[in-house]
Ligand binder design. Structure first.
Ligand code: SF4
Length: 210
């Protein structure tokens, strides 16, 4: 709350961030800045970036990771060459975060089924938001017996959107890496192409699952 009692509302990208130390700024100079955000997903796609394993070490000679879900840094410190987006759009904060990310990234990549078409969270589109909230908070078998039937609502809780949407319905996305989660090889292939200034060439062998 603010001193005058009003609710304080921040988008996550507006949260204050400590400036990186001088040696970090120096080490990042000349490298390609990349960033990741996680919207409505399960973190599986973000973790598949870690599936690069030891290949991430030489890659870090060419790229530097600025904003990232892994470091929980929410503010983008400058322009980014490449942004990876996990998760679909399920609430108003997701929209703000994605639009802000689009503004600051040259190339934006949808990573995984949730980002590309809504994924598992978009199952709620089949019954509607009201029915989902009723099932989750009012009729849930795990509701504490005798507890008041309340659907949480507060200024600081992002409002859910009526439907879960893929990212490209909100902003322009440049590339799509399919999978749930995508193979680490697919992430590596895209990152190394972009880092080397080559056109992205994703072999279907690592993006087809049928
Ligand atoms: S696509 Fe799959 S792994 Fe990725 S965030 Fe969605 S549910 Fe998780």
């Amino acid at each position: 709350m603010t001193p005058d009692g009003a609710a304080r509302v921040h988008a996550s990208h507006e949260l204050p961030a400590t400036p990186p130390p001088a040696q970090t700024v120096e080490a990042r100079a000349g490298k390609i800045p990349i960033a990741t955000i996680s919207l409505c997903g399960c973190w599986g796609c973000t973790l598949s970036i870690l599936d690069l394993d030891e290949r991430i070490i030489p890659l870090l000679d060419a790229v530097t990771i600025t904003r990232s879900s892994l470091t929980d840094i929410k503010r983008i410190s400058g322009r980014c060459a490449v942004g990876f987006v996990e998760g679909g759009v399920a609430n108003e904060e997701n929209i703000e975060t994605l639009e802000h990310f689009r503004e600051h990234c040259d190339v934006l990549i949808s990573v995984g089924a949730c980002s590309i078409w809504g994924g598992i969270p978009s199952l709620r589109n089949t019954v509607g938001l009201a029915a989902c909230l009723r099932e989750a908070y009012l009729d849930s078998p795990t509701r504490v017996p005798g507890s008041p039937p309340i659907i949480p609502r507060h200024e600081e809780i992002p409002r859910l959107t009526t439907t879960v949407r893929p990212c490209h319905e909100v902003v322009h996305m440049d590339y799509f890496i399919s999978g749930c989660p995508p193979d680490g090889d697919a992430v590596f292939s895209v990152l190394s192409d972009l880092a080397a200034g080559r056109p992205v060439n994703l072999p279907t062998a690592i993006t087809r699952f049928d």
